[in-house]
Design a binder for this molecule. Sequence first.
Ligand code: XCC
Length: 653
Amino acid sequence: MTDLGKKSIDPATIKMIEKACADGCETIFDRAEAMKPCPIGAEGSCCKHCAMGPCRVPATKKKDGVPQKKRMGLCGATAETIAARNFARMVAAGTAAHSDHARGIAEAFLATAKGEVPEFKIKDEQKLYQLAIDLDVEIGDRTVQEIAISVGQKCLEEFGRQHGEVPLLKRAPAKRQEIWRKLGIAPRGIDREVVELMHRTHMGVDQDYQSLLLSAARCALADGWVGSMISSELQDIMFGNPMPVLGKINLGVLKKDEINVVVHGHEPLLPEVLVAVVKDPDIQKAALATGAKGINLVGMCCSANEILMRHGIPVAGNFLQQELAIVTGAVDAMVVDVQCEMQSLAQVAKCYHTKLITTSAKAKIEGAMHIEFDEHHATAVARKVLMEAISNFKNRKPNVQIPDDVTDQVVGFSVETINYLLGGLFRASYKPLNDNIINGRIRGIAGVVGCNNARVTHDDPNLTLIKELIKNDVIVLVTGCAAMTCGKAGLLRPEAAREFAGEGLASVCEAVGIPPVLHMGACVDNSRILMAATEVVKAGGLGDDISDLPAAGAALEWMSEKALAIGHYFVASGVYTVFGTTWPTTGSEEVTKHLFEDYENIVKGKWGFFADPLEAAKSMIEHIDKKRKALGIDKARDRVLFDMAKRREIDEA
Ligand code: XCC
C-alpha cells in the first residue's frame, strides 16, 4: 500500500483504508492502484459504436509543422466526431439517470396526490402553487389535491412531449431563453432529447462535432431545467422545502452499540419512510431485544443529502467512503436504491457481516438481497428492511472499529431559504446579496459540485479549490459529494466564515449568520443553483442573463456521467464551468477548443479543465473579475480596504 496521504486527506478514510488492508478486504483504493485508466478511452478516442471497431482514432498531430492527413475510423469518423460522440453519449446517460429519478418521483407524487400513499403528503402548498403556475396548470378555485394531481400528470407529460418546448424553461432569464431558441437548443421533452442524442451518436448519423455538442447541450438542458428540477421541486413539495438544520458527518456517526442502517443512493422515497418507521415502538422494541441500544439510521452519498437536508439525519460519508462504512464492521444493513452504488459493495459486505439490500427494480446487484420498494407498500418495505438489519446485529464480528471523526454542519439552504435569510421573511429578496456583490464585499458566486474520483486524492481538489475561493471572498454553493467534503472539513459551520473566508465575505456571513459555503442538497438539486442564479439576475444590478453574473462553477473530482450532464447544462446556461482530474475530449484539440473557447461566443458559457485546484481557483476568480469589470463594478471592489476600521464599519452596517 503506497502513501496513504495520497489516497485521501480525510483521517477517517485513511484509518478505514488501513483497516481494510489489515482485514484483507480489497477496496477501490487498491484497484485504482492496480489498474490505470485506458489512455485511448480517457481522451475520448475509442469508438465502439459499431462492430467494425472498436477503432482507435487519436488526434492527428502536425509533423514538422505540417498538418497530416486526418486519421479516421473504418467508417471515416474523425477524431472530432468520435470525441464529440463519446462526450454526447455521456451527457445522454447522465440526463437519463437524473431524469429517470425524476420520473420515479413524479409517479410517487401522482400516487400521493391521488391519496394512494398515506405515508406521503403535500407538505409545501406554496411551492405546489408556484410549480403549477410555471407548468401552466390551472389553479382557479380548485382544491390542493386537484392541483397536485394535475401537476403530477403534467410533470409526467414532460417526459413524452414531442414538440414545442418544455414550460419550465420560462423560469430562466428572458435573455437566456432567447439564446436557447436562437441556437435551436430549447428542449422539447426529456425522453425525446435523450433518444435523439442516442440516435445522433449512432454509427453514420450526426458527423459534425459542433452539431453533436449543441445537441448534447439541448439534452443537458432537459436535465437541469426539467428532469432534475422536477425531482427537486416534487421532493420539496412532498417532503418539505429544506430549512437550515444542524447535522453531523463522517464515519464516526456510526455507533458501536446500536444497529447501524446506511441508506445509499439518490431517490429519497424509501429513506423518507425509514426516517419515520425507525421510530415505531415495535421496531425500537425489536432492536432493544437484540441487546443493541437502538437503531442508528445514517446516509451515504446523495440519499444522505436528501434526508440530511430535511431531517438532519447524520451522514456517514461521500462516494469513496461507501465501502469503508462497511469496513468498520458496524454496518448491519446497507440499503441502496439507484446510482453511484459500487458493485464491489457485495464483496466488501462478505468480508464483514453487512447485509447489502437493493431496493430499486432498476438496480440489482449480484450477491445482494433484494427487497423491492414500491410507494404503495412503503411502510411494509421499510419495516422489512429494518427487521433485516435488526436480525443481523447478532452476526457482527469482533473486528469492529469506528473512527471517531465527526464534524458538525449546518445545511438546508434551498433557494427560498437563502431568500428569507438575506431579506427577512416579510421582504424576502436576493437584493442584499446583489448589493454585497456590487459593493465588493462578496466578489462573486461559485457552484462547486460533484463526485469523488479514485484517480486523485479523495476530497483534496475540491477542498483546496473551495478554501481558495472563500479566502478570496467568493461565496460557494455546494451539492453532492463535494458538499460532504466541505462538511467534513468544517466549512459548513457559521464559524467557518471567520476562520476561512476573506474579510468581505466573512463580514456578510457573520451579519446573516450563515457559513461561507452553503449546502444546497443532492446532485439533482443543482437545479437549485440554476434557480439561485436566476434569482440573482432578477434581483437586478448584475446584468440580465446568468452569463453576466460574476459567477463560475466547478466539479474537480467528477467521475459520473451525471456530472458531465450537469456541467454541460451549466455551460449551456451561461456559466464558466471547470472540471478537474480528467477531460474526456483531449483526443481532439478542435473539440476541446470549441468547448473551452468558442462556446463563450455561442452559449455565453464555456468549459475549462485544470488538474491543479489552485489553477482552477485562479481561473474562476479571473473569470469573476472579468464579469465584474464588464458590469462596471470592478472599481467598487478595489476601494474595499479591509483594515480594522473598515471591518467594524461593515460589522455595524
Ligand atoms: Fe454520485 Fe450523487 Fe457524484 Fe456523489 S456527487 S458520486 S454522482 S453521489 Ni452527484
